[in-house]
Design a protein around this ligand. Structure first.
Ligand code: CTP
Ligand code: A1H0Z
Length: 432
């Protein structure tokens, strides 16, 4: 019996690899990616193949493509889709401004799809030869959460060893069953790992492996690393990856993916005060209260000058107005976000906090005459551009405890609106 892998064995190898990679300033060879997306997603029980199922107004595959587009040392991306999905895929590339993406049609099995993608990297239009990559990364299109540093580890290991693959500890014990459906034996879990993605290969290794493999491999196989070993004698380097490498397989996984993206978008907010002392005082109180709710808040007077950088890095904005129910400030923020195309890939949240009354007891004329209708109209238009506009109205109180409670209520409502990003409440003027 082979010796079990000692706990920490892989992390020790990885530490050496980390050190090895740390010494490399950049990837100085061509790298391409093949994203197999030609499946039907039967296990989700949905009619739409899971890679095209949307959350937060975007299909799952677009999140995965974006992940690879952000990696500067990846030159090209090949997406492999079923023939009947070619038009849909081209539309997604257009709508979400994906670039450097080639679409090829898939096959009846995952291996056949992957081979079509690998082949496309060395065969240009009409079968003419094209410059092939040194390393090709293969990554299921339904695994949207992969980080650049792990891709680098896999790529460097593939270049050194010929092949490399992500692995994860098993979460369930693997058992062998008898033909009659009884337990035959269980495997020693510490000796096995789950094979995940991404995987990396020297291009010629995986290309030759696919050229040499059998029809049975194409029909029933699920492991590219096995093909490299079996047909090219290339033994893959195995690298333990983070838990985020999981694959969307069942319907629940789509909900989990949406929740993860929402959490990523809801870490911080930018409060814009317009510069008035009272709006700034409220903003600072909100900042303090929202920090207790794990929301990092930045307070600025306007999205101008250096502060304009928030437009390109923040997903959540709060605009404070004092005794002024006009929307011009919100309208200006909306225009700036639309001009920056900020909401192309993710929904942006704007919360208009409307403070009525002031320290000296004065108050605006009876507020909100026709404004709710104007608010709804502005929010309806914004939603078409993937910007979610909400309103919260609060009355100033000179009684400190009451005022504190109002501010806390606005902080809680703002965090909830940001974290939920529900289109259903846009245009509403909520009362704190
Ligand atoms: N003929 C196929 C089958 C699968 N895949 C892709 O391989 C990846 C992983 O496969 P899997 O999770 O099994 O996807 P499906 O085959 O679509 O799922 P199911 O088995 O539930 O139908 C997915 O991105 C899937 O689109 C592919 O490109 N071509
Ligand atoms: O088996 P499925 O078709 O669900 O998904 C493909 C997986 O097997 C594959 O992504 C990893 O096991 C790595 O090869």
């Amino acid at each position: 019996m082979d010796r079990p892998v000692e706990p920490g064995h892989f992390s020790a190898c990885e530490a050496r690899l980390d050190k090895h990679i740390a010494g490399r300033c950049s990837v100085d060879f061509p790298v391409a990616v093949v994203l197999p997306a030609g499946g039907s997603g039967e296990r989700t029980g949905l009619l739409t193949p899971k890679q095209f199922c949307t959350f937060l107004n975007r299909p799952l595959i677009s999140y995965t493509i974006q992940t690879f587009e952000r990696v500067p040392w990846i030159q090209s991306i090949v997406v492999v889709v079923a023939k009947e999905s070619l038009d849909l895929m081209m539309d997604i590339i257009h709508r979400f401004h994906h670039r450097n993406v080639q679409v090829v049609h898939g096959g009846s099995t995952r291996h056949r799809s992957i081979f079509n993608g690998v082949r496309a990297l060395s065969e240009g239009e009409g079968g003419t030869a094209r410059v092939k990559p040194k390393v090709v990364i293969i990554h299921d299109a339904v695994r949207p959460f992969v980080e650049e540093d792990f891709l680098l580890k896999i790529t460097m290991a593939a270049k050194e060893q010929g092949a490399a693959g992500a692995i994860r500890p098993l979460v369930s014990t693997v058992i062998a069953t008898t033909l009659e459906g009884y337990l035959d034996h269980s495997l020693e879990r510490t000796m096995y790992r789950a094979s995940e993605m991404p995987q990396g290969f020297i291009y010629d290794v995986i290309y030759q492996a696919y050229q040499r493999c059998s029809e049975s491999d194409f029909e029933f196989g699920t492991e590219c690393l096995h093909l490299a070993l079996q047909y090219c004698g290339t033994n893959a380097k195995l690298i333990e990856g983070p838990p985020t490498l999981w694959k969307v397989t069942y319907k629940r996984d789509l909900a989990a993916a949406e929740s993860i993206v929402k959490e990523t978008l809801s870490q911080s907010a930018c409060v814009v005060t317009g510069g008035s002392a009272q709006a700034t005082e409220l903003a600072n109180a909100l900042q303090k209260s929202m920090s207790t709710l794990d929301m990092e808040v930045d307070v600025i007077s306007d999205l101008m000058g250096d502060d304009a950088k928030s437009l390109s890095k923040e997903w959540n904005f709060i605009r404070v107005s004092v005794n002024s129910s006009c929307f011009s400030e919100v309208g200006k923020m909306l225009s700036a976000l639309e001009e920056a195309d900020r909401a192309l890939l993710h929904p942006v949240v704007i919360i208009w906090v409307y403070l009525i009354g002031s320290e000296d007891g004065s108050s605006a004329s009876e507020p909100m005459g026709g404004e709710p209708a104007a608010m709804m109209e502005l929010a309806t238009g914004a939603k078409l551009g993937n910007i979610l506009v909400y309103g919260i109205q609060l009355h100033h109180s000179k009684e400190a405890t009451l005022w504190g409670r109002s501010v806390e209520k606005v902080a809680q409502m703002s965090c909830a609106l940001i974290r939920d990003r529900s289109p259903a409440l846009t245009g509403q003027l909520l009362q704190a």
